[in-house]
Write a protein that binds this ligand. Structure first.
Ligand code: MG
Length: 253
């Protein structure tokens, strides 16, 4: 059997409600032992790369720095070395991007990056982002989700902030995270092997896997039950009960 590059979604696939899905850590170990390359991907745009890797490791899933792909990592890979970036995101992510690109104000920014800014959103910040985009800076969005779901209900997400800037400036943002197929291509860059994508969400994970020509595997955890009745959503190549069943599926394929 040929070694594959296996991209595993985090929330709803490896994790549920912040904890590892039973058998998830064992599945990662078995896949690696069988010779496959394993990477984790997530649209999380509120944490620096190293913080997120540490959180996943604490849940028992063995991943190293460089093996977890997020829109923040994507931004670090695509921003040119001479980029001057206005970042509308909370401090941890702003500091992470500052290790890679020079932060700038609205007058000199070449790029505007918008992410989770729950802790820091202000009129001044929104206005600076608007003015930079209006003056010609490229608008990049970590993700475009209108709202996210927490234990106490739904909350305003990054996509709503991005939409405000798009509306005011009359420009459309380039989306760095899911469901952009570029996100998968960047994550798979430099890694050989046929691409398998495993996730719980047909509107993002399965959609972009299909668009990128990858083998799409849906797990019956996470958002699976919310979407089970929707026949018009993208269809996966395979469906399994949970990520714990993935090593057996790959051994058959
Ligand atoms: Mg998910």
């Amino acid at each position: 059997m040929e070694p594959k590059l296996v991209l595993l979604d985090l929330d709803g696939t490896l994790h549920e409600r912040g904890k590892a899905v039973p058998g998830a850590a064992g599945a990662v170990v078995k896949l690696r032992r069988a010779g496959h390359t394993v990477r984790v991907f997530t649209n999380t745009d509120s944490q620096a790369e190293a913080t997120l890797v540490a959180r996943i490791r604490r849940s028992g899933i063995p991943v190293a720095l460089g093996e977890v792909f997020t829109p923040v990592v994507a931004a670090k890979r695509i921003l040119p070395p001479d980029a001057r970036v206005l970042v509308l995101a909370d401090r941890a992510v702003r500091d992470d991007l500052a290790t890679h690109a020079r932060l700038a104000g609205p007058a000199e920014a070449t790029h505007v990056v918008i992410g989770d800014c729950r802790q820091s959103l202000s009129y001044q910040g929104l206005d600076a982002a608007f003015r930079a985009v209006r003056a010609g800076a490229e608008l990049l969005a970590f993700q475009h989700g209108p709202y996210f779901r927490a234990a106490d209900g739904d909350h305003l997400d990054t996509g709503a902030i991005v939409a405000a800037i798009e509306f005011a400036a009359g420009k459309t943002a380039r989306i760095l995270g899911k469901p952009s197929p570029d996100f998968l291509r960047l994550a798979a860059r430099d890694t050989p092997g046929a691409l398998w994508v495993v996730g719980d969400d047909r509107t993002t994970d399965i959609l972009m896997a299909n668009e990128a020509g990858a083998t799409a595997v849906q797990v019956r955890t996470g958002k699976y039950t919310d979407q089970a009745q929707s026949d018009d959503l993208p269809q996966p190549t395979h469906t399994i009960d949970s990520v714990a069943d993935l090593p057996a599926l790959l051994a058959l394929g």
